[in-house]
Design a protein around this ligand. Structure first.
Ligand code: NAP
Length: 279
């Protein structure tokens, strides 16, 4: 049995689907009740309370571990989740980390994530670590303004990074969970090309078949909006990356192709698959 945390999110949904489609027994974990694919067991649990994961983890051989951004802020210790998994007999863990642990190794959340990577390496379980850059699904921040005003409002309109479709992260995670040869693998995951917010807006317009305009926000305007849904430190970190990506953040990684045998999807592919969110 394979346990998927974050199972109802951008990565977890396609991952759960892929594992169930491969004929595996899957337990999907999230805090809220949710519809899951046929045959998948859903368990409600909060990662901030690792002991509560026992009903999900008992009998599991493998775990996909995705931590929500606010877990450290909530004072939780994610290392306890790894200890709980080992105590329940889990043998293989695939951890969703972030490219930021390499490209910007300072800052409290990335230091904590690097420490968690080290805890997993030393756990005695088999492991793989996924380090994705920015997600294509961050464009869902624009869904409401596109729906209501046909506008994408974002800072740094002409500065791009090689954002990744979360479905590709899911595909890599599925391979790491299902195939033994990825033990000890550390994968940096990006999309196939650097793409700017202005070009993302164009791709959304193409997917919709109707015009979408682009409005460039100042950094302060963007921070004010982002601070409503994330800590100010994280908003500043994210804006630093979006406004001044360093060479490591601009690099297109071969790892999705290497693990899955096919190139990563473009942002245009993501927009076409997710166009309903913008209508
Ligand atoms: N966005 C980016 O550009 C980016 C870049 C690098 C890394 N990341 C990492 O990617 C992860 C987000 O992935 P995603 O986009 O697939 O997530 P998402 O779409 O935001 O979904 C989050 C999932 O986790 C569950 N969840 C949230 N808090 C939980 C908790 N305390 N206990 C149990 N389940 C919880 C949610 O369900 P419930 O709400 O029902 O619990 C949901 O299933 C984060 O760890 C983030 O740091 C993101």
């Amino acid at each position: 049995m394979i346990v998927v945390t974050g199972a109802t999110g951008n990565i977890g949904r396609p991952l759960t689907q892929a594992l169930a489609g491969a004929g595996r027994q899957v337990t999907a974990v999230s805090r809220h009740a949710a519809a899951v694919p046929n045959g998948v067991r859903h368990v409600m649990a909060d990662l901030a309370e690792p002991a509560g994961l026992k009903p999900a983890l008992t009998g599991a051989k493998s775990l996909f571990l995705l931590l929500s951004g606010d877990l450290h802020a909530a004072g939780a210790n994610p290392a306890d989740i790894i200890a709980e998994a080992a105590a329940c007999g889990v043998r293989r863990v695939v951890l969703l980390s972030t490219l930021g642990v390499v490209t910007r190794p300072f800052g409290s959340t990335r230091i904590a994530m690097r420490e968690l990577e080290d805890t997993l390496r030393e756990s005695g379980m088999e492991w793989a670590i996924l380090r994705p850059g920015g997600f294509a699904s961050n464009a869902l921040w624009w869904a409401e303004s596109v729906r209501t005003r046909q506008v994408v409002a974002a800072p740094f309109g002409d500065v791009g990074v090689p954002i990744i479709d979360p479905a590709d992260i899911a595909a890599v995670a599925a391979a790491c969970l299902l195939e033994g040869q990825h033990a000890g693998g550390v994968y940096e995951l990006t999309g196939p090309e650097v793409i700017t917010p202005r070009r993302q807006a164009e791709a959304i317009a193409t997917a919709m078949g109707s015009p979408v305009s682009f409005h460039e926000l100042t950094r302060d305007e963007a921070k004010a909006g982002m601070s409503q849904s994330m800590p100010a430190e994280l908003a500043d970190d994210t804006l630093d990356i979006l406004g001044s990506p360093n060479p490591a953040e601009l690099r297109v990684s071969p790892d999705v192709q290497q693990v899955t045998g096919r190139p990563p999807r473009t942002f245009a592919d993501w927009a076409a698959h997710n166009v309903a969110a913008f209508r």
